[in-house]
Design a protein around this ligand. Structure first.
Ligand code: GAL
Length: 417
């Protein structure tokens, strides 16, 4: 009799501990991977995590962000984790070729069609974005924002004090930088390598215009053409006005030079605005903005989105996170801090500052083209060939060799025959 009581007690204990293990903290978490660790970026993510914690108090948010602007370090860490079969539950990926040409191609992420249906997202996400996150009728990510790449940030006081107007064309920009240089002011703040690619894509756009810029990515603009030579020469000339220690500066370091009055211009995506606000700087006083010269009327965009891993350790918690990332509350908390506008079309405009309100107007009215540096127009292998060619160019400043390498890159990894 005694023995059977002990036996039953042991069985009950075993069942209880199994149930506890299933619901315990180890299983009730979500690991979310990004590169938002500082300078305006972490604050944006934190704002969205707050919404998540309020909606899903029983799920622990495991923030697996890896430092480094534009994901330069994070994407390498992610690639080796994916290779090792150890994916985070959800990670940050750019809408466009980065997503489709890498994670979808390698079957690393789940289709989210059911979630889109359940959450009614088809009707609130922009129609232009859906094809960039879809393949064969399947939607693969949840966009949280729209960022603008082609922004020229400037120090209003430095320009006014030196009689320099905000340049609209590349020629006006050259003249402005020459004037500032003559007065001993650093005309352009520039940072580490990826920020050079970022600058280059805006100068390609500013020189070629949107139609021919788009043609670079679908094979209808010849990378070997005279116009591309002019664009690369323009890029070379512009980069010549930059600080000489660019290689050792993060994007935050470089953009800070402008708001601190140590440089006049910086070309950076509008996450810089999130950073300026975090630094306590005021729009139109400490910093001004304009389209990169030559790109007025065009919005060069990118979109951060989150995915669900194939083989996610916490699939339900991953969906809970994605629900928040795609929700109005999540996006309204995240974007005003991050320096981006909502991917959703129904966010409350009054929650945003004066810069982001102007970005909303431009997103709605401008010609929209995609960013190279931030994953829209080229897949990872093509982008990495361009990056290698650019790295060599930064050392040699030899436009002909650079252009030949870009022609070769389009042939080996892009659509060029
Ligand atoms: C981009 C990303 C932005 C911002 C930026 C700088 O690739 O889309 O959200 O994080 O890098 O790190």
């Amino acid at each position: 009799m005694k023995k059977s009581i002990i036996f039953h007690f042991a069985v009950v204990l075993l069942i209880l501990s199994t149930i506890l293990a299933a619901c315990g903290p180890a299983s009730n978490e979500v690991e979310v991977f990004s590169w938002w660790t500082g300078g305006g970026e972490a604050a944006g993510l934190e704002a969205m995590i707050k919404v998540f914690n309020a909606e899903f108090p029983k799920i622990t948010f495991n923030n697996a962000a890896v430092a480094g602007g534009a994901g330069t370090n994070a994407r390498a860490v992610l690639a080796s984790r994916l290779q090792a079969g150890d994916p985070p539950d959800s990670w940050q990926g750019h809408a466009g070729q980065e997503l489709i040409g890498t994670y979808v191609k390698d079957s690393k992420i789940e289709s989210l069609n059911d979630l889109y249906k359940a959450e009614g997202w088809q009707s609130v996400m922009p129609a232009t974005l859906i094809p960039l996150i879809s393949q064969n009728g399947n939607i693969y990510s949840v966009p949280v924002n729209i960022h603008r790449a082609n922004v020229l940030w400037y120090n209003p006081k430095l320009l006014t004090d030196n009689g320099v107007a905000v340049p609209k064309t590349l020629d006006e920009w050259f003249t402005a930088m020459e004037t500032l240089k003559g007065k001993g002011i650093t005309p352009l703040a520039l940072g580490e390598q990826w920020t050079k690619m970022h600058l280059m894509e805006t100068v390609l756009l500013g020189t070629l215009g949107p139609a021919k810029y788009n043609g670079l990515w679908d094979g209808t603009t010849d990378w070997g053409s005279a116009e591309v030579t002019t664009a690369l020469e323009n890029y070379n000339k512009i980069a010549g006005y930059a600080n000489t220690d660019s290689a050792s500066l993060t994007w935050q370091d470089a953009s800070q030079l402008v708001v601190n009055g140590n440089a006049a211009f910086n070309v950076m995506g509008d996450w810089a605005e999130g950073y300026f606000r975090e630094l306590g700087k005021a729009p139109n006083t400490d910093y001004g903005w304009a389209p990169v010269p030559g790109t007025g009327g065009t919005f060069q965009f990118l979109s951060d989105s989150f995915v669900k891993a194939v083989g996610a350790k916490h699939p339900d918690a991953a969906e809970a996170w994605l629900k928040v990332a795609g929700s109005k509350a999540g996006q309204e908390a995240f974007n005003p801090v991050k320096g981006s506008i909502c991917a959703r079309t129904d966010c409350d405009k009054s929650l945003f500052g004066v810069y982001l309100q102007s970005a909303m107007d431009d997103w709605a009215s401008n010609t929209v083209v995609g960013s190279l540096t931030h994953g829209v127009v080229a897949n990872d292998s093509w982008k990495s060939e361009i990056d290698t060619a650019l790295g060599a160019f930064v050392g040699s400043m030899d436009v002909n060799t650079f252009q030949a390498a870009l022609v070769a890159a389009c042939k080996s990894s892009g659509p060029c025959k």
